[in-house]
Design a protein. Structure first.
Length: 512
């Protein structure tokens, strides 16, 4: 990975961390440090282990290039990026600071990338933190964590949820070092989208993460949390693709960049496991956090409802048309059959009367709309809504939002789809793959909406108030991000009523 263009080396900022001195660069008035290790490379004897503290170094370490990403699945070409990277320093953070000196006391925003727990790397251009840091007056930190089999497979002899443990280790690094970069370790906000939002939602439920952050922003929380039995069965299927057992001894013989191919093979044929794995087989989701009773004792919804988030402010929401982009990637946009819609309703609608309630609740909806609604609700919309409800039930405070602005890029067919919020929140409207949703030349409306979202996110990180009233079970106030912003009762009322008496469960192994 190569850094962005920087100013002359003579102006390079230096910061002393607990492990040693770092030399970064200056970019448009910001001090930027990339590729800072927060743990030892998880390879060789540390393969599949919990992250270990990084070894200190002598002298000055240059920190101007992103660290190599962890091994990636094949989605969106991410596997090529990880294969071509040099080195095994996967566990690194990057820092953008407008005031890089102790005592500045700026709020800190720590970004956890998403990617279905199978891909995710902090070096993507859409995650560049410069604009958010510069205009919001915050220190932005982005991080890498292990994904796929390396990070989330249930492997005999290894702790579950290694990717989550990596995130905790990165937050411990922030606690111990961010003051030197101008940040306030007592004003840390974690934020993330999709699997990153699932991680953000999970952190309050993890005893190891207690006290490491004050606020959390979860953008499109996925509702997939696995039982140990389900995770073990999926891991066995992945290992079998390689002729191996799902043990540390066997899988450690496979080169890290070869391992994701087994996960990709299972993803490609996951529908064949539907009688064993249930709904996640229909959505090709082989990796998710495991409710193992140790690293993760409960789901986020169970933990928050019992008060685990009482001392944490939460901002949570989703896009209106979560499923639209995913349907397009499956080649089904505008082509969903009545049979496919009926299958989706049968698999994902809650309760014995869920199919009828969707058809009665949306009487004018055709197969495409019904498919989109139930898939959006099951995977992202209702888990996000229920997270706010659980937080309030447990005595905490939550703010709820929905992104309803339709993406104008690529003919405008994607609506307010999954991932549209990422370029808007970072302000990177012309960089990275999600920028294609915005269009070749961002409109004034897109710039204005992005500015409003960045202001809300950084205001929340600064003092816990994004600019609208907290959510409660009676009024259900929700901020709608659109060309004309509004605060209304939660707008997806029909879906809310269908799901109101149903929990977001731990997903079991349903057959053997």
């Amino acid at each position: 990975m190569t850094p962005a263009a920087s100013e002359p080396a003579g102006s390079a900022p230096e910061v002393r961390t607990a492990a040693g001195t770092l030399r970064g660069c200056v970019e448009k008035g910001l001090a930027v440090f990339r590729g800072i290790p927060f743990a030892e490379p998880p390879v060789d004897q540390l393969r599949f282990a919990a992250p270990q503290p990084v070894t200190a170094w002598d002298g000055v370490r240059t920190a101007v290039a992103y660290g190599p990403p962890p091994p990636q699945a094949g989605h969106f070409g991410m596997d090529a990026l990880s294969r071509n990277a040099v080195g095994a320093d996967w566990l690194t953070v990057n820092v953008w600071s407008p005031e890089p000196y102790p005592g500045a006391g700026l709020p800190v925003m720590v970004w956890i990338p998403g990617g279905a727990y199978s891909i995710g790397m902090s070096c993507l251009p859409e995650y560049d933190g410069a604009r958010l840091a510069r205009e919001g007056g915050v220190v932005v930190v982005t991080l890498n964590y292990r994904v796929g089999i390396e990070g989330f497979a249930h492997i005999d002899g290894a702790p579950d949820n290694r990717g989550l443990l990596d995130q905790v280790a990165a937050l411990e690094w922030v606690r111990d070092n961010i003051r030197a970069f101008g940040g306030d370790p007592d004003q840390v906000t974690v934020f993330g989208q999709s699997a990153g939002a699932g991680s953000v939602a999970t952190l309050p439920a993890m005893p190891r993460a207690a006290g490491l952050f004050r606020r959390a922003i979860a953008q499109s929380v996925p509702g997939t949390f696995f039982s140990p039995a389900l995770a073990a069965d999926i891991a066995a299927a992945c290992a079998a693709e390689l002729g191996l057992r799902p043990t540390v001894a066997d899988l450690a013989t496979v080169a890290p960049n070869r391992l994701p191919t087994a996960g990709d093979a299972i993803t490609a044929k996951s529908a064949s496991f539907a009688e064993r794995w249930g709904p996640i087989a229909h959505r090709s989701i082989p990796f998710s956090p495991v409710v193992d009773g140790d690293v993760l004792p409960d789901t986020p919804w169970q933990a928050l409802a019992r008060g685990a988030g009482r001392g944490i402010d939460i901002l949570v929401g989703h896009t209106r048309d979560e499923q639209r982009l995913l349907t397009a990637l499956d080649g089904m946009l505008g082509q969903v059959t009545e049979e496919q819609a009926e299958t989706a309703l049968r698999v994902f609608a809650p309760g014995p009367d869920g199919v009828r309630r969707y058809r009665d609740g949306f009487p004018d909806a055709g197969p495409d709309e019904l498919y989109e609604l139930v898939c959006s609700d099951w995977l992202f919309r209702m888990p996000s809504l229920h997270l706010a409800t659980a937080q309030v039930t447990g005595g905490g405070r939550a703010h709820l939002y929905e992104l309803t602005w339709s993406a104008p890029g690529m003919g405008g067919v994607f609506g307010a789809c999954h991932g549209l919020d990422v370029p808007l929140v970072f302000g990177n409207l012309e960089r990275g793959q999600p920028a294609a949703l915005i269009g070749e030349s961002p409109s004034p409306a897109a710039e204005e909406l992005s500015a409003r979202m960045r202001t809300a996110w950084t205001a929340f990180a600064t003092h816990g108030d994004p600019g609208w009233a907290p959510y409660d079970a009676e009024q259900r106030l929700t901020h709608l991000f659109d060309t004309r912003p509004a605060v209304t009762a939660y707008p997806e009322e029909t879906s809310r009523l269908i799901w109101q008496d149903h929990s977001i469960p731990v997903l079991p192994l349903i057959g053997r």
